[in-house]
Design a protein around this ligand. Structure first.
Ligand code: FAD
Ligand code: NAI
Length: 467
């Protein structure tokens, strides 16, 4: 195959979608290259997303526990001192260790890394920097970048108005951080700086935080964040921002119209969503149009409308999540190799890595009703879970949504310290088409947070033990 072209597969973008696609393609015996314009591999996720944010979340959790009474409640009395240099050092170490790891995996699997920005010349010819690369198959895995907010100009260099990348690197704890957008990034990074001592105010356009999640979970999460000291201005739109020295003044007004007000901050985080990266990719050269949301559309096998051109990850429709991109990366490589690569987009878990964590998989109650299901639902509070109670982690709940007739589980939602880990069993159960009875009669180890999933399932059966 590679005689006519230099490569069987060229992947554009080395994020979790692209690097995984490249490695799997190479494992399947295809001659593969991967183009990446960043200095390091791993994309948004490893360089400025999942990994550095979790490094900051993890460290700030320790600080918070020491500074704000959680350790003291267990008889451990300490007075923490924040060393910003070390805090950032461990974040940088985590990123460089993992990005170098991908470089090693590329070498091990014989994936050629083409350094530079890639632009289509035609469907099988791509210019990467100064080099021209030809391939029988090209996978677009260019990811996404921050959606700008008109009137609020991000400048990550001076740390006053920042996006998520700037918010990971703040050299000092802000006095007052205003987060625009109470979605995943706003709540995760807002939590980091709140724990380290900043006053945090989230300004959100909608009437509730965390759009896309189950309504009970959204409401409960807001109550918990409020208790932690995060303030919310819901139903509010930011109309502009002026910066004078190290101070920003935001102007905002009710989303439904009304009187304008101002808010002062020494740090503003713009986190109102992300947009697909398709600019300067030369899509016009191959006649590939993007949809209204700027995404590249594909079929279930991740083929675009142009023969030999495929797309995966944040650049295509669906949740912008690393694990979704990775699974699509494996599937696209398998499809290119003539195998059957499938991703079940109905069962993609999502996790917000705050304290406690917030996680879900499948349908929300509103979505399940809209889809015409008659429902049986049950909620089990973490307060009644022995492990959570013993660990001083009373906040949260597990909610299971099942079809009333078939008992099949349609959605599972959780707020718990380890909800991100707990949701994996729900995803597996749903992948296998489990009923709530299946979960209720599966033996769960004691004492674990996961018992709350079993108890919620027992609740759907009408027979919980501990409430
Ligand atoms: P990306 O990771 O964006 O990678 C695309 C790569 O393509 C980039 O490296 C880019 O430089 C390169 N590229 C683009 N255009 C070109 C071109 N023309 N030529 C060459 N190279 C190009 N998701 C989770 O699941 N869990 C999390 O905890 C999580 N945390 C996040 C935290 C933050 C702060 C952010 C911003 C995102 C987070 N995400 C998280 C989302 C996750 O990072 C993305 O969903 C994921 O990275 C998407 O993978 P991808 O491969 O599609 O694209
Ligand atoms: P988001 O879509 O999660 O949240 C954006 C929020 O901003 C929404 O609540 C929206 O209503 C609000 N908003 C939009 N315009 C606004 C305006 N003008 N004024 C006030 N509020 C406004 O997007 P976010 O947080 O930027 O994250 C981007 C993507 O990155 C997400 O889609 C997510 O999938 C991914 N991500 C995933 C993480 C995880 O899995 N833990 C962590 C961080 C990011």
């Amino acid at each position: 195959m590679a005689d006519e072209y230099q490569y069987d597969v060229l992947v554009i973008g080395a994020g979790p979608g692209g690097y995984v696609a490249a490695i799997r393609a190479a494992q399947l015996g295809l001659k593969t290259a991967c183009a990446e314009s960043r200095e390091t591999l791993g994309g948004t996720c490893l360089n400025v997303g999942c990994i550095p944010s979790k490094a900051m979340l993890h460290a700030s959790e320790y600080y918070d526990a020491a500074a704000n009474g959680a350790m003291e409640a267990m008889g451990i009395e300490v007075t923490p001192r924040l060393n910003m240099e070390k805090l950032h050092g461990q974040r940088i170490d985590a990123v460089s260790g993992l990005t170098r790891g991908i470089e090693f995996l590329f070498k091990k699997n014989k994936v050629d890394w083409k350094k530079g920005h890639a632009t289509f010349q035609d469907a099988h010819t791509v210019k990467v920097g100064e080099e021209t690369v030809t391939a029988k198959n090209v996978v677009i895995a260019t990811g996404s970048s921050v959606t700008p907010l008109p009137g609020v100009e991000v400048d990550n260099a001076n740390f006053v108005v920042v996006d998520s990348t700037g918010a990971l690197e703040l050299p000092k704890v802000p006095e007052h951080m205003v987060v625009i957008g109470a979605g995943v990034i706003g709540l995760e990074l807002g939590s980091v700086w709140r724990r380290l001592g900043a006053k945090v105010t989230c300004v959100e356009y909608l009437d509730e935080i965390l759009p896309g999640m189950d309504d009970d979970i959204r409401k409960e999460a807001r109550k918990i964040f409020k208790k932690q000291g995060i303030e919310f201005k819901l139903g509010t739109k930011v109309t502009g921002c002026t910066v004078a020295g190290s101070e920003a003044t935001l102007t905002m007004e009710p989303a439904k119209g009304g009187e304008a007000e101002t808010l002062e901050a020494d740090c503003v985080l713009v986190s109102i969503g992300r947009k697909p990266n398709t600019a300067k990719l030369g899509l016009e050269a191959i006649g590939l149009e993007v949809n209204k949301r700027g995404q590249v559309e594909t079929d279930h096998e991740f083929r675009t409308k142009v023969d030999g051109v495929w797309a995966i990850g944040d650049v295509i429709p669906g949740p912008m999540l690393a694990h979704k991109a990775e699974d699509e990366g494996i599937a696209v490589a398998e499809n290119i190799a003539g195998q059957t690569g499938i991703v079940n987009h109905d069962v993609i878990p999502s996790v917000v890595y705050t304290w406690p964590e917030i996680a879900g998989v499948g349908l929300t109650e509103a979505q399940a009703k809209e889809a015409g299901h008659t429902l049986k639902t049950s909620k089990f509070p973490m307060m009644a879970n022995s492990r959570a109670k013993t660990n001083h982690e009373p906040d949260g709940l597990v909610k299971i949504i099942a079809d009333a007739e078939s008992d099949r589980v349609l959605g599972v939602w959780a707020i718990a310290s380890v909800a991100g880990t707990m949701i994996a069993e729900a995803a597996l159960a749903m992948e296998f088409g489990a009923t709530s009875e299946d979960i209720a009669y599966t033996c769960h180890a004691h004492p674990t947070h996961s018992e709350a999933v079993k108890e919620a399932a027992m609740g759907v059966q009408g027979k919980p033990i501990h409430i």
